[in-house]
Design a binder for this molecule. Structure first.
Ligand SMILES: [Zn+2]
Ligand SMILES: [Zn+2]
Length: 495
């Protein structure tokens, strides 16, 4: 069965140069992004093969030992229990008890069970929405939290409903109550969530085009089920606080994350399954480790940790962890302040429950600046230490790469601020987002090929687009200025 599914997934791998930088990474592109995973392929697979994907089977793959330190907690922030996707042939929604038991496979501390507050393609949303109360479900224990929240989406392609929008799928964590409503752009949903004190972000970052697709590189020219087209807009305007890769993830999500970090924004990085829209693989097959500084797990603190970037994501379930430490003081989400240009010490430790060969890479402002290939075994981590000189404000992250499948684990960024200056690491990345938003405005204006999607809310949506574009234009100018000044001072120092 697994083999048949693999064939149907029709993945292909290509090696591409990464933003023209030094790093060469192996990437996968998933065909489901083009055809709309939820609308087409999964129903087809289930129908043809007669699959019956039940609740994840219970097996304790994880030993009692934690790979992550005691103040880190592994969870899956994107799980559906309704009828649809990999559970299209089921009659009943998963019960809280079944959800709880499903957490054991990957020894998860948290799952967010998301009600479909969008087009209702996951059936029986009406039974899920009242479960959003702001409280953990009664089945929860101190070590395992089952908590209802919501995903909002109205796909432009794929599943056909009368209401459609192009902004993306929005994940909202920490709601006190839920309801379904439609709007043609994402901001009203974020505003509604924020009013409840909830935390919101974009799902499905893996469906963004990878940079080698022309023209122009990496800017979406066609629509699919789920690609988060408004992520630069709402990240820049401060209403979205995290970016999530899910289903199988991809390096395209990571590339998007690097670009937005390079312009000075600090969204959290999350990974999750989108169960059962992930072919019914167990909860936590993709997961997010979240650091809670006081070590006391609550759902609220777990979600806040995602928003604050205190995360490590894994596409290899709960089987490995990547520990990034800078100056023996800072972990993902933290900031180090230097009064002037200078070095920082970096320590990366790759721990695994299984023997494996892989490469640990250190990423500085989107480029791999140091790496080490090593063999890991249970109890025998790969430890990699190095020094990085910061001439201007920037960021560091670590990733564990697999030669075929790209990143397997990836840390959130540690920020290094030099002389109190903001991070303006790349004028071209800022310019990329200007072009992205120009494209959004053009396609959604009257006469544009996506104009129908903003038939009601065009002016309000375009106001958001223009405001975000102005921010990126300023950042591009500042980044350019900083690059010129740095080049001049380096030239002077060389004489
Ligand atoms: Zn979705
Ligand atoms: Zn989903």
């Amino acid at each position: 069965m697994a083999k048949a599914l693999d064939t149907l997934r029709a993945r292909f791998a290509e090696i591409s140069s990464f933003l023209g930088r030094a790093a060469k990474i192996t990437m996968k592109t998933q065909i489901e992004s083009a055809i709309g995973i939820k609308g087409g392929l999964q129903l087809l697979v289930s129908g043809v093969l007669g699959l019956s994907l039940l609740a994840p089977t219970i097996s304790l793959a994880q030993s009692a030992d934690r790979l992550e330190p005691p103040d880190w907690f592994a969870g899956d922030a994107h799980v559906h229990r309704g009828i649809g996707c990999g559970r299209s042939n089921e009659k009943e929604m998963l019960t809280p008890r079944q959800l709880f038991e499903g957490m054991q496979t990957n020894n998860l501390a948290v799952i967010s069970v998301l009600a479909d507050i969008g087009n209702g393609e996951i059936k029986y949303a009406g039974r899920d929405i009242p479960m959003i109360t702001g409280e953990d479900n009664a089945v929860s224990t101190g070590q395992r939290l089952v908590h209802w929240d919501a995903e909002w989406h109205f796909d432009p392609e794929g599943v056909t409903f009368s209401d459609k929008m192009i902004g993306g799928h929005l994940i909202i964590l920490g709601l006190r109550s839920g309801r379904s409503f439609f709007t043609q752009f994402t901001y009203p949903v974020f505003a509604w969530a924020t009013k409840q004190g909830a935390i919101a972000g974009f799902a499905h970052m893996q469906y963004l085009p990878y940079a080698f697709y022309p023209p122009p590189d990496g800017i979406p020219q066609s629509l699919d089920c789920c690609a988060p087209l408004e992520y630069p807009v709402e990240t820049a305007l401060g209403s979205a606080s995290f970016l999530m890769e899910d289903v199988h993830g991809s390096d395209a999500a990571i590339q998007a994350y690097y670009r937005i970090l390079n312009t000075g924004f600090r969204p959290g990085l999350a990974a999750s399954t989108d169960y059962s829209c992930n072919y019914g693989e167990p909860f936590g097959t993709l997961l997010t480790y979240v650091r809670i500084p006081d070590g006391n797990l609550t759902y609220r603190k777990w979600g806040e940790g995602i928003a604050k970037g205190r995360t490590v994501v894994s596409r290899n379930a709960h089987n490995e962890f990547l520990d990034l430490n800078v100056n023996d003081a800072a972990a993902p989400g933290d900031e180090i302040r230097l009064s002037e240009a200078g070095p920082v010490q970096v320590r990366i430790e790759w721990r695994s429950l299984k023997g494996a060969v892989g490469r640990v890479e250190l990423v500085h402002d989107g480029a791999v600046v140091a790496s080490q290939t090593g063999t890991v075994a249970p109890g025998a981590p790969v430890v990699f230490e190095t020094t990085v000189v910061f001439r201007q404000s920037g960021w560091l992250a670590a990733r564990r790469m697999d030669w075929q499948n790209g990143h397997q684990t990836h840390t959130g960024a540690v920020f290094v601020i030099v002389n109190s200056k903001p991070i303006r690491a790349s004028a071209s990345d800022a310019q990329f987002f200007v072009q992205w938003i120009d494209n959004l405005i053009k396609q959604t204006s009257s006469g544009g090929k996506w104009s129908e999607f903003l038939s009601q809310d065009r002016e309000a949506a375009h106001n958001r687009y223009r405001a975000a574009k102005a921010i990126f234009e300023n950042i591009a100018v500042e980044a350019q200025r900083q690059a010129v000044a740095r080049a001049a001072s380096e030239k002077a120092a060389a004489h």
